[in-house]
Design a protein around this ligand. Structure first.
Ligand code: ATP
Ligand code: MG
Length: 431
């Protein structure tokens, strides 16, 4: 009984009272990335399980422990997307977008699903905004992407996020690094958690990303990836930093960032807050030069990022950020009697067609109750239409803030005269 009125553990609702915050954040983000040439792509919530095994990597926590996987009624193994990149790359290949001018700059707002232990900043259904820039190997692209994310946070007025960058090299330099890691961790084999013990052979870099306190303590003393970069990767990293410096982007190099997903190469980065507790990474991303090929496409060096919308909201709320709110009701047209109610329906339609948020009584309340409701809505103006207004063709429109009343004709161009009144009032108050 109680179950059906309670959301599933690790999921949450976004309620109408908070929705303006999300809409504001989404608007700012979309404006910013559009100015960088990104176009939205919408992909399915679920994909073939194999896509994530290949794309995210089967030595990752996400694939090993966190996926919502099930067989559908046709016997296919299906997985609810734990992240966005794999699905977008699948779509890029399926629709031959690699034949379009490159780079393809794609962005998305999505829900993601991971079976994790729910806690502050960690949900089982959460939301991401992500971008993928497919088809460029240049460090200029790394810097453009990072600067764009930084620009989003600036635009949202977020001050307490810091940027950490690293390079985790390419498969060539990774080989030597893996050997060094194997040697280091093998010496402390007995202390590693069972999952990391399994990773020691197949992907020792994953141990650096383990959340268990003992493994992460051991990882602190591990060899640093930046000491193993080949010349090309080192050069790429240096150039990326040069671009960032030129664009005035502040960062620190943190050699322990490896990111949780297998597909990353060269540049990786995170935007981290220390104001929202242990789950402080708001945005993570980097280069994934081998992923498109891994999924069966042509060699397509690429990069991207994803930011967690719930964590972003937490950072903004912790900082006391302002979220502009659109007035839910510009004018409430109260009415007395059936005929007046029909007139207010007509007027509301007229006003709405020019973008005014207009309301009238659709409940059948008394005028007094209608006015009470208008107040609760926060109506900026009200008007009461009764028999005498219908006869005279005129109604008094009241500015609820100043109390001033202005008579407007209701038989013709009510929408225009209302707009003029609003402009005159806002001019008078300097708003
Ligand atoms: P974490 O280290 O916090 O587990 P991650 O490396 O698994 O993060 P990514 O896969 O890079 O995260 O996802 C990008 C962003 O999505 C994260 O930086 C975070 O803001 C958000 N995110 C990831 N997992 C969750 C979750 N379970 N609940 C809420 N937000 C999440
Ligand atoms: Mg994670």
């Amino acid at each position: 009984m109680a179950l059906i009125t309670k959301s599933v553990k690790g999921t949450q609702d976004a309620l109408p009272k908070d929705i303006h915050k999300l809409q504001y954040i989404e608007g700012v983000i979309l404006d910013k990335v559009t100015s960088h040439g990104y176009k939205e792509i919408r992909v399915p919530v679920f994909e073939h399980t194999e896509l994530f095994q290949r794309g995210v990597g089967d030595t990752t926590d996400v694939v090993q422990k966190e996926m919502y996987t099930f067989d559908d009624k046709g016997g296919r193994s299906i997985t609810l997307r734990p992240e966005g990149t794999a699905g977008v790359v699948r779509s890029f290949l399926e629709h031959g977008l690699f034949n379009e001018p490159l780079p393809q700059k794609l962005c998305y707002f999505i829900s993601c699903y991971r079976y994790e232990k729910p806690q502050s900043g960690r949900l089982r259904e959460f939301h991401q905004f992500g971008c993928e820039c497919l088809g460029t190997a240049s460090p200029a692209a790394d810097a453009e992407l990072i600067a764009m994310v930084s620009g989003i946070f600036d635009e949202l007025g977020i001050s307490d996020l810091h940027l950490e960058i690293n390079s985790i090299g390419c498969p060539k330099c990774r080989k030597h690094y893996h050997e060094a890691l194997k040697e280091y961790f093998s010496a402390r084999k007995d202390e590693l958690c069972p999952t990391c013990l399994g990773r020691l052979e197949r992907n020792p870099m994953r141990i650096l990303d383990c959340k268990s306190p003992i493994c992460s303590e051991i990882a602190k003393g591990a060899p640093k990836v930046t000491d193993f970069l080949c010349e090309e990767c080192r050069d790429h990293f240096e150039k990326t930093k040069k671009y960032l410096d030129a664009m005035d982007i502040t960062y620190t190099v943190n050699p322990s960032i490896v990111r949780g997903l297998d597909y990353y190469t060269k540049t990786v980065f995170e935007f981290v807050s220390d104001k929202i507790g242990a789950q402080g990474t708001v945005c993570g991303g980097g280069r994934y030069d081998g992923l498109v090929e891994e999924i069966g496409g042509p060699s397509t060096p690429s990069l991207g990022f994803a930011m967690g919308i719930e964590r972003l909201l937490m950072v903004m709320e912790a900082q006391g950020a302002e979220f502009p709110e659109v007035a839910p009701c510009n004018i409430f047209l109260a009415s007395m009697g059936d005929e007046a109610n029909i007139k207010s329906a007509q007027l509301a339609k007229e006003l709405r067609s020019i973008g005014v948020a207009a309301e009238f009584d659709i409940v059948g309340r008394s005028v007094k109750a209608q006015m009470k409701y208008a107040n609760k809505l926060g109506a900026e103006y009200t008007a009461v239409i009764g028999e005498s207004e219908l006869d005279s063709g005129k109604v008094k429109v009241k500015n609820m803030k100043t109390g001033a009343e202005t008579e407007l004709g209701i038989d013709e161009n009510f929408d225009d005269s209302f707009l003029q009144l609003v402009f005159a009032d806002s001019f008078a108050t300097g708003e």
